[in-house]
Design a protein around this ligand. Structure first.
Ligand code: NAG
Ligand code: NAG
Length: 297
């Protein structure tokens, strides 16, 4: 190999190594029947994590129930097991698939420590490495659980995280724990649970929250909040959570050009930076946001 070739090989290697230290994109899927299948979402090649939204009813003695909009009917036995092969197809492509509990519509809360450990067992047996005769998404084993708690009370989420972590200990496959708090710090519902240090990724919702979102071209509020999150929360990675289209949220959409030139350069230096979370696949299909930002994340 001549000198010129070695130099260009070295340049290629450096680019590859630096590139691989960038962030990833996580995206929510499940709240709109017109957003394509889960397998198609993963096959797009843009996403590191796809989060199935939501297990929307649980706690307060309710039977845990999924809501997946038009994708399938969780109240009809077997209707959502069609997702099983989609999940394994995603995992074969290297995409981690999580189940999000909670969501913006409410209808959940944990009323006791016992209910927290019972829900952890339910999740373990029905969606993770345990077993149950009635797994709603079939035999596939999800990669973890996402806490998108936006209502109810602040109680017992730390115990739920601890009990899920307990189930995953000794299991060959890691169970990821992630969360989607609001950007005002600390989060009103899961601020306490986040201090357990058990969460791998925290995708902070920097939208619908004027005090800490991007607004009028200014990054100061967002960057100030980002610094608080990255220095205060003992999670492995913090993600910038954003709407994938102006219509995906009440406020906080960041045009692609602003994200690339103003926002990402101001936050990527953090060792906790994990990438960008998007709400949601449906809106991403309308704007092409993930494809437009992928190489900059
Ligand atoms: C994914 O699920 C759809 C139904 O929503 C099904 O038609 C399709 O065959 C599945 N694809 C894979 C790869 O599992
Ligand atoms: C807990 O959830 C139940 C069921 O959705 C609801 O009726 C109740 O008001 C909730 N309690 C609190 C304190 O949010």
């Amino acid at each position: 190999m001549d000198f010129k070739k070695s130099v260009s090989l070295l340049v290629v290697l450096v680019v590859l190594v630096v590139g691989s230290e960038g962030g990833g994109i996580s995206i929510y899927w499940g709240q709109n029947g017109n957003e394509g299948t889960l397998a198609d979402t993963c096959a797009k090649g843009n996403f590191e994590y796809v989060i199935i939204a939501f297990l929307s009813s649980f706690g307060n003695n309710q039977k845990p129930m999924l809501n997946l909009a038009g994708h399938c009917d969780p109240y009809t036995a077997g209707s959502c097991t069609v997702l099983s092969s989609n999940i394994t197809s995603c995992q074969r492509m290297g995409v981690k698939v999580l189940l999000s509990i909670g969501g913006g519509a409410g209808g959940y809360n944990l009323t006791s420590s016992q209910e927290a450990t019972q829900l952890a067992s339910y999740l373990w047996n029905n969606f993770l490495g345990g077993s149950s005769p009635s797994r709603p998404l079939g035999p596939s084993v999800l990669d973890g659980v996402d806490f998108d708690i936006e209502g109810g009370t602040s109680h017992h989420w730390d115990e739920l995280a601890g009990a899920l972590h307990g189930h995953s200990k000794g299991n060959k496959k890691k169970v990821y724990l992630t969360a989607a708090p609001q950007c005002p710090y600390p989060d009103a519902w899961i601020g306490g649970a986040l201090q357990t240090g058990l969460f791998d990724c925290v995708w902070v919702q920097f939208y619908n929250n004027p005090p800490c979102q991007f607004s009028g071209g200014g990054v100061a509020n967002l960057v100030g909040s980002w610094k608080v999150w990255t220095s205060s929360v003992p999670a492995t990675k913090i993600f910038l959570g954003l709407p994938a289209a102006p219509a995906a949220a009440g406020a906080g959409f960041i045009p692609v050009a602003d994200l690339k030139t103003k926002v990402l350069p101001a936050i990527k230096g953090s060792s906790k930076y994990g990438g960008v979370m998007l709400w949601s696949k449906y809106y991403d299909d309308q704007t092409g946001y993930s494809s437009a930002i992928k190489s900059h994340v």
